[in-house]
Design a protein around this ligand. Structure first.
Ligand SMILES: O=P(O)(O)OP(=O)(O)OP(=O)(O)OC[C@H]1O[C@@H](n2cnc3c(O)ncnc32)[C@H](O)[C@@H]1O
Ligand SMILES: [Mg+2]
Length: 187
């Protein structure tokens, strides 16, 4: 059976690389590198608005993704706004944000949105990975990977191989739900 074609609309090449690995052999994944406009709101609201825009641009089935990194000491902030904090503070600055707090715990959230096409409602698949915000360790290749050490692991995301990160990450957890949904649709 031919693989279902889906377009992943993202301007982030690292997200694309991980998503291609996660959906390998399951979906015929194409990319349109548009940096979609992001509204203010909860991660769910941001994800729905992004996916609607993407479906309108592509005119067919799409997925989009919105990622947040939340600090429990700050009731989940920066959350969906992590991109702007990371841009200005760099990973080391993210860790320093928690200097005045005892609680260094945090969580990575990946909200994958699927939309069958224009005029369809986006459907959300959320993966949450809990961990600790640490001093940066590992190569600075992708986002805030050097400061996030997931619970039960001694490495940060940046110190993990792509393979290991893809077996446990927020993105893996969200994509597992997307895969279950796509396979139900086939039956
Ligand atoms: O085009 P889109 O898909 O929106 O890509 P983006 O880079 O704008 O991504 P987001 O809006 O989701 O912003 C999330 C920020 O978190 C970073 N990020 C996303 N996934 C990550 C991951 O798995 N590990 C580390 N950093 C990540 C990403 O580089 C951004 O700075
Ligand atoms: Mg974005």
């Amino acid at each position: 059976m031919a693989l279902r074609k889906l377009t992943f609309v993202t301007g982030n090449v690292n997200k694309l690389r991980e998503m291609q690995e996660l959906l390998h052999g399951i979906v015929d994944l194409h990319n349109t590198p548009v940096d979609l406009e992001e509204i203010q709101g909860s991660t769910q609201e941001v994800a729905i608005a992004k996916c609607r825009q993407a479906a309108a641009i592509i005119g067919g089935p799409v997925i989009t993704e919105d990622v947040g990194l939340g600090f429990n000491a700050m009731n989940g902030l920066p959350g969906a706004y992590i991109k702007w904090f990371l841009k200005e503070l760099k990973p080391a600055g993210l860790h320093k944000m928690l200097a005045g707090f005892e609680d260094k715990s945090g969580f990575a959230v990946c909200t994958v949105a699927y939309c069958a096409g224009p005029n369809h409602e986006p459907i959300l698949f959320e993966g949450i990975h809990h961990g600790t915000i640490v001093e940066p360790r590992g190569p600075q290749v992708f986002g805030w990977n050097p400061v996030f050490q997931p619970d039960g692991h001694s490495e940060t995301y940046a110190e993990m191989s792509d393979e290991l990160k893809n077996k446990c990450s927020h993105r893996f957890l969200a994509v597992e739900k997307l895969k279950a949904f796509l396979s139900e649709q086939r039956d």
